[in-house]
Design a binder for this molecule. Structure first.
Ligand code: SF4
Ligand code: SF4
Length: 309
């Protein structure tokens, strides 16, 4: 087998699974029916052709209508406990788009992030999580009190999902397809239409700018959005870190300091050799580990393995 194929076989295998999931998620294109399944990854509910609904969108929309999002919370927490961030590596369509960049990114373009910057940047998704949940909860409470006109007016089309303006997946999979469908097939291209479609021009431009910035940054920092910004990835990571499915490192097979092949291939910048607490089999407990298994494939000493419990 060609050395490139041996080195990248896990990445290729994962890409095939991601592509299959992508086709199922947007399966209405191929006559699949909308299944009303809530999935534990970012998937905008307004996306054309989607067969499923993202748990985080459902969570925020329920809160914004004053409904306790029991089902969405349950799905997110159960996923975190049993699967950790596995959906991020193997199923999320936006994660797939970010991963596709790895095939065209020259190695020298990957920018190493210092541990201090990495730790600080991880806080951003926590702020996004708190802000979006808080805004939706306040809107929901106002709606229950029947005094929501002012706040709903202030948030305009995003009152029902405060995450959408900064969610690159919603822009890529929902807003842009709707926009181009209107421009190309139904309406003459004009700034007025752009205005009407967005309903809120400044936020519309912010949405497109966020998507472009995220894609550009992801060329230099693999999975930049998933590492530092995605609130759902954050919840799955914080809870999944202590969940049942983990990566284990055998310190006898892997004496630290001899190589760092695993860290070089990790798309999430996890410092595998810095985790663990000196146990016989050290658990890799890092909230950015998405269990993509690329490190397992890269380890020449067979020191890494997936373990349940
Ligand atoms: S962290 Fe990335 S892969 Fe995981 S749900 Fe968010 S966008 Fe998807
Ligand atoms: S530590 Fe290994 S399994 Fe986890 S994200 Fe990095 S390469 Fe993937």
């Amino acid at each position: 087998m060609h050395p490139w194929l041996i080195r990248n076989k896990m990445r290729l295998f994962r890409s095939i699974i991601q592509l299959c999931v992508f086709l199922i998620v947007f399966g209405v294109l191929f006559d699949l029916a909308f299944a009303a399944i809530i999935v534990p990854f970012i998937q905008p509910t307004g996306a054309p052709y989607t067969t499923v609904a993202g748990a985080y969108d459902i969570l925020l929309t329920s809160l914004a209508f004053g409904i306790f999002p029991l089902l969405a919370i349950g799905i997110i927490l159960l996923t975190a406990v049993f699967l950790g961030r596995t959906p991020c590596a193997w199923a999320c369509p936006f994660g797939f788009v970010e991963d596709l960049l790895s095939y065209i990114r020259p190695k020298k373009h990957v920018k190493p992030i210092t541990r201090q910057n990495d730790n600080s940047l991880r806080q951003i998704r926590l702020y996004i999580l708190i802000a979006t949940i808080l805004i939706s909860t306040i809107i929901g409470i106002r709606r229950l009190q029947r005094s929501s006109t002012g706040i709903v007016g202030a948030f305009g089309p995003f009152a029902n999902n405060s995450f959408a303006p900064i969610d690159p997946a919603a822009t890529l999979f929902s807003f842009l397809p709707h926009f181009f469908a209107n421009i190309l097939f139904f309406l003459p291209p004009s700034y007025e239409k752009l205005y009407q479609l967005g309903g809120w021009p400044v936020l519309l431009w912010i949405r497109v700018a966020v998507l472009v910035i995220i894609v550009l940054v992801s060329v230099y920092v693999p999975r930049a959005w998933c590492r530092y910004f995605c609130p759902l990835g954050g919840i799955l990571g914080y809870c999944g870190k202590y969940g049942l499915l983990t990566l284990k490192r055998n310190p006898i097979r892997c004496p630290k300091g001899e190589c760092d092949d695993c860290m070089k291939v990790c798309p999430m910048g996890v410092r595998l050799l810095d985790t663990g607490a000196g146990e016989e089999l050290e658990k890799v407990r890092d909230d950015n580990c998405i269990l993509c298994l690329e490190c397992v494939n890269a380890c020449k000493h067979d020191a890494l393995s997936l373990s349940f419990i």
